[in-house]
Design a protein around this ligand. Sequence first.
Ligand code: HEM
Length: 461
Amino acid sequence: MTSHLSGPVTAPGGRRPRLPGPRTPREVATALDSFRDSVAAGMSHLHHTYGPVAALGIGPLRWTFLFGTDANELVLGNTENFEFSYGGLQAIAGDTALVALPNAENRTMRQLLRPLFDREHVDAYADRVLDRVRDRLAAWPQNTTVDAYTELRLAVRLASVDSFIGPGVLNREGNTLDTTLEQLHTVLNRSSILTLLVWNAPRLGRLRLRKPLSRIDRVVHAEITRRRAGATPTPDPIDPIGFLLRPGIYPELPAGDHTVRDTVVSLLIASYDPTSSALGWSLYGLLANPEVLAEAKREVARELGDEPVRAATARRLKYLGHVVAEAIRVHPPVVASARHCVKGFEVHGHRIPAGSRLMLSQFTSHRSPDSWPDPERFDPDRWDRTGTATAAVPPAAYFPYGSPRRRCPGSGMAAVIVPAVLAAVLQAGDITLADDHPPRLDGFAALRPKAGLPVRVHQPH
Ligand code: HEM
């Protein structure tokens, strides 16, 4: 195969090169149908039907899907040639958010924000999530069915608002703020080809999200004004707004309140959606595999005894860490990484011109039999580096947190929060899956079970 970076690539006569992909009305209809089912299913369809390179859409709305470790390695390993292309998130997070900034500015911004991701902040955020989760678990009535995905998602969302905007905001704004936040994610998560288009057109996204966005802006700007007037939520170990308002914090970047707004909104929306997804799929992995569940319960009892889990003690839960690693292999919260290329390049003998919008697929890569023996099997022991089952996993085969050089800055947070919440759920009592069928897939910004995760509550929670 050919996979090298080259100069500007155009077809003879300046036309875009023809790439494999649906062309006839029938092929296009089949592709659209598969995306309607779920974006994950759509990508699997393209991969199986057209091979490692497949283009979908027309003109500026065309996406080129690249499948397989060679292409992943080429794109993820050459950060300077591939910029992020998350127009949907940009619509919400704003033009100065991490996700919207070109690589060079992004690097500077990440340096500035590093203190927000240190151990003290991670533990404070995780403990807030745990408090919210325990509130929800305490309200689960015995002998009823509860949607565990939606419940845990709500807990993470509320803790994220407390942590990233301010702990008093929900009291001041009431529950409708929570509904507003969910509206923001609805457009990003709809399984349809439209989602892909919005992904490519931030202005269209902003138009559709005008109302919820103006509410969030009002809330965040009010909070910035309160901080400027001296209202500091102390003692609060997190407080990103207070941190960002320190004089001189943005020496080389567009300063001003809108940058503070963009940063906190991006932390908020980038955190709770994939984290809830990882929680939902990890809990499903536990409950659908009795021997895994039994091993996890043994670990929680052995490591924590009767002590309720906290962030600091969750770090002892190695097996639950493997459960999470395996869950986000089989069900990666972010199913695809979106990029556009600065320079043209060649891959698998196809020429991809400069400016092309690209999608790499975590979903298909994490399930490829070329990289994973028995890929559909849920096996946390793959991650046990002391055992025999695991070979070192190349980043091009497993990249739930994206590229090495522009990796998700919240991966350390997720690595503490998700096992901690699973332990809290196990400590609270017995639950089983209420539905024998595997959940159907939904979502794009974050993969979710279409009908939630109904569980039967057997012991008081
Ligand atoms: C299991 C949970 C999570 C998963 C699977 C996840 C995954 C990802 C992925 C795949 C990317 C894009 C990387 C790429 O395309 O190369 C990303 C970016 C990002 N994530 Fe996460 N994430 C998670 C949790 C979090 C948390 C808790 C935060 C905390 C605030 C966070 C903040 C961000 C931000 C700000 C970006 C944009 C980074 C940039 O543009 O440079 N994420 N995440």
